[in-house]
Write a protein that binds this ligand. Sequence first.
Ligand code: 13P
Length: 285
Amino acid sequence: MSYVNLKEVLRNTKNQKFAVGAFNFNGYEDVQGIVNAASHLNAPIIVAASMSVVRYFGLKQIVGLVRGIAEAVDIPVCLHLDHSTSVDLCKEAIVAGFGSVMIDASAKSYEDNIHDTVEVVQFARKYGASVEAEIGHVGGVEDNIVVSKEDALLTNPSDAQKFYEATKVDALAVAIGTAHGFYKKEPKIDFERLQTIRNLVPCHLVLHGGTGVPDKDFKRCVDCGMSKINVGTELKKVYTDTIRNQCAVVSRQEIDPKKLTKQVKTNIEDAVMKKIITFGSDDKI
Ligand code: 13P
């Protein structure tokens, strides 16, 4: 139906208490699997490209791919640039046709984070694109960037409020105890902190590091007003495990690459459908 910005795809999340999944992709098959899952369940969906995926595909190529797939279905699809540490890349992505970008200046000083975010917000407004920023610092491994436990910093609620007032960003990623990548033990989410932030900050809130978070914790985050939930590592594993399995079961005489890759679409679709149901975004278009 539509290729939309982040504001639009998250439009009903707060009043209807659900979250939209933002799923990172790494190839063609997983984009298809993610969008097909949402289409089967009548769910709004966010397809997220990391900086390494941008380097691998190219910005215009990504826009062509995702917009084309979005046009074939009857649900709102948002293409989002994930964790861009570069203001220039955010601007290039917006010009290329991304509906949403994340400027991640969370490793910089609070003032520089505000400065970079304001610059991207002002640029994005001219194009009707949405902007996400991060305050506090989510730990773990994202796109080969490692944020150690010592550097991970939970979001201070009053900083988040001031940050929103200064930037008027559309969505804010908050650090409340999750981390990017696989967990060594179950994450301990600070729901009280989330609730306080929710009461102070009017924009959409975003949970990063969705891989390995138990369903009950996702549901509690949604109850506390989380609007967007990011999942990346889990789908990477589904993708690579599927290819490895297919290599083992498909005859070595087979030369049709689709025989190896087709199953990726199905397995990604299954994994994403489960998350959509957990996040409560099924039948919400
Ligand atoms: P995971 O890789 O831990 O699922 O986190 C994804 C993410 O937050 C992308 O921004």
